[in-house]
Design a protein around this ligand. Structure first.
Ligand code: TRP
Length: 452
């Protein structure tokens, strides 16, 4: 099915086409045919959105939530309306049936991120599960834009989940470090970005990935060394127009050509023959991409171009955002130290940040709180516990007690602090054990353990 955005883009293209034909005084039958198609698209658009098509006004333009690879914000204290986002992006909801199927196919209890709707949306996951049931093969692809040394807990969400997927399905994984992307978008040198890629790789490796099944690569290193990877980049570039990336990413005429062509580089790892050393030249190994929902535009483009260059479309699993300490109106940001818990924070820093900055859904006084209870839906400490507290029953009890007023904000924060402190300390311990030699191993192009 075409998404609303795709339909809108078709309309934009068709409107331009009609104008061009009219200006060129083209054949009348040709103009009539183009006008007819435009009319038909307008009717479809009205049917799907309930609104008239307006040139230059993409669907959802007046929605309050902003979600794209560069900005995430909403005016709602509960955070982004993810149900609406599924409709706007044209993806599918991860429902109970899909979670049950993951359990059946993998033979493992679903990860808490799946049980709790933190990964909430997908594209074509049933297809990779079908492939897996048939011949046990697909691969995982995820990535990270290394814009600084400072990673925060929010950055770990896709990696924690990807590590689980790798374990339960026993499949290969490629991790793209987009040092080129960060150079193009930020005020950083190439050397800095390349350095951050290796530093961030240490935090990623500390999540426990299996070196026999994981290839981490810096775009700056790998793209220049792999003819197969670069061939796919060029193929993608040939089949996506400026108009299309403008529609998808909102690029303008004054954006650098580096930015405009970058999406092809993030798309390329979705195709298995970009890694001949792993997939022995096969072009058809299905790919599953776990990522935060803001990365979806890249993969809408990828899925659009895939059949045109003879490759399967990658499947996707989308996560919600990890809220900033100040509230779910925005996600954690590495550039605002008070909005985030960093992977380098000390136990005391964690305690102080949670106590001073974590937005509370509790009442102003103990008396009032006991009487009316707190609101866990807007309480950042509670939200963080939904990400990190493993025990479902304990979490539910906390939710009930907080709602009833039996549990105070200070007590809730204490539970969060005691959950985060050992978790971060353990991460720091594991990261310390990651040597430069290990980073080099993970980042060397080589065959991986594959079951096909
Ligand atoms: N663009 C992403 C970022 O800035 C990095 C990235 C590259 C990525 N490929 C990916 C993220 C695939 C998720 C999945 O963080």
């Amino acid at each position: 099915m075409m998404s609303v955005m795709e339909l809108y883009q078709k309309l934009e293209t068709q409107a331009v086409q009609v104008k061009a034909l009219e200006t060129a005084k083209a054949d009348k039958t040709e103009i009539d045919a183009a006008v007819q198609l435009l009319q038909k698209l307008k009717v479809d658009y009205k049917q799907v959105t309930g609104e008239d098509y307006k040139a230059g006004c993409p669907p959802g333009a007046d929605d309050e939530d902003t979600v794209d690879p560069w900005n995430v914000s909403t005016s709602n204290a509960k955070g982004v309306d993810y149900e609406k986002l599924i409709v706007r992006f044209g993806s599918s909801k991860i429902d109970k049936e899909l979670v049950d199927r993951v359990e059946k196919v993998s033979g493992q209890k679903p990860h808490r991120f799946l049980r709790r709707g933190i990964f909430f949306s997908h594209r074509d996951v049933h297809q990779v599960l079908d492939a897996y049931e048939k011949d046990k093969c697909f691969y995982l692809y995820t990535g990270r834009g290394p814009s600084s040394e400072a990673m925060h807990v929010g950055h770990l969400i896709p990696f924690i989940f990807t590590k689980w997927l790798q374990d339960v399905f026993d499949i290969p994984l490629v991790i793209q470090m987009t040092d080129d992307e960060k150079y193009l978008w930020k005020d950083l040198t190439l050397e800095e970005c390349h350095h951050y890629a290796a530093e961030n790789a240490k935090d990623i490796i500390a999540c426990g990935f299996d070196v026999n099944k994981t290839f981490i690569f810096s775009d700056l290193d790998y793209m220049g060394s792999s003819r197969d990877f670069y061939s796919n980049v060029v193929k993608i570039q040939k089949h996506v127009t400026f108009n299309q990336v403008k529609g998808i990413f909102g690029f303008s005429d004054s954006d650098s050509i580096g930015k405009i062509s970058f999406p092809a580089i993030q798309a390329a790892p979705s195709f298995s023959n970009s890694f001949p050393q792993i997939f022995r030249g096969r072009t058809d190994v299905p790919c599953l991409i776990p990522c935060a929902i803001d990365q979806d535009p890249y993969f809408r483009m990828t899925r659009d171009v895939a059949p045109r260059i003879g490759y399967p479309k990658p499947a996707l699993l989308h996560s919600t955002f990890f809220p900033a300490l100040q509230g779910a109106q925005t996600k954690m940001s590495a550039s605002d130290p008070n909005s985030s818990i960093f992977l380098t924070d000390t136990p005391k820093q964690i305690k102080d940040k949670v106590n001073c900055h974590a937005f509370s859904g509790g009442k102003d006084t103990v008396e009032e709180h006991r009487k009316h209870g707190g609101n866990p839906d807007i309480d950042v400490s509670f939200m963080y516990l939904t990400f990190f507290l493993e025990d479902d029953e304990q979490l539910e009890k906390i939710r009930q007690d907080y709602t009833s007023g039996a549990l105070l904000t200070g007590e809730l924060k204490k539970i969060l602090i005691e959950t985060l402190q050992p978790m971060i300390a353990e991460h720091q311990e594991k990261r310390k054990q990651v040597t430069d030699e290990m980073v080099k191993q993970f980042m060397t192009p080589r065959p991986l353990k594959v079951n096909f």
